[in-house]
Ligand binder design. Structure first.
Ligand code: SAM
Length: 159
């Protein structure tokens, strides 16, 4: 598969998954945490799907399109491992993590801290969506939409 096809698949998977979980997240109290604001496309989608909900976005640096920049109080810059740790206990309804790199060695390092951090950020019953695996005893895997190939994206519920 070409990288272009792979990219299209990733974006399609993100949209289908976010649409699936937003219907449920709408019924769960708590803020949304967007780990990896990037260009802001998924932030923009979440804002459209969950109007009025607080969305806190994290990244190393601001590089989002001007239409997709959170309010200053909801934009947190720096290394997510450190910055998001300060939000433990926020009882998020949804954590969306899009910080995979496509490099196995780098993503393996992320896998050492992201699952535990995600579990601590979520309220019980909250949902995590991630492009990298979230193996953790408090994160129970949920089924993916039929359009998304297994192990491309991960949806979990905080138990
Ligand atoms: N979902 C975004 C969108 O739709 O535009 C794209 C996110 S992009 C793939 C990943 C972003 O996460 C990059 O902007 C990168 O700087 C950020 N990122 C990755 N790992 C990070 C880390 N450990 N700390 C802070 N930011 C990180």
């Amino acid at each position: 598969m070409s990288r272009l096809e792979s990219f299209i698949r990733r974006l399609t998977a993100q949209r289908d998954i976010l649409d699936q979980v937003c219907a449920e997240v709408a019924k769960i109290e708590g803020p949304i945490l967007e780990l990896g604001l990037g260009n802001g496309r998924t932030f923009h989608h979440l804002r459209e799907r969950l109007p009025g909900r607080r969305i806190v976005a994290f990244d190393r640096a601001l590089a989002a399109h001007s239409s997709s920049i959170p309010e200053a109080e909801n934009l947190v810059l720096g290394e997510i491992r450190e910055t998001a740790s300060r939000f433990i206990g926020i009882d998020a309804a949804l954590v969306h993590a899009d910080i995979g790199t496509g490099y196995e060695d780098r993503d393996a390092v992320t896998a050492t801290w992201l699952p535990d951090l995600t579990a601590r950020l979520l309220r019980v019953g909250g949902i995590a969506v991630s492009g990298t695996p979230l193996d953790h005893p408090q994160l129970q895997r949920l089924p993916l939409p039929p359009s998304v190939p297994t192990d491309r994206y991960f949806i979990c519920r905080r138990v």
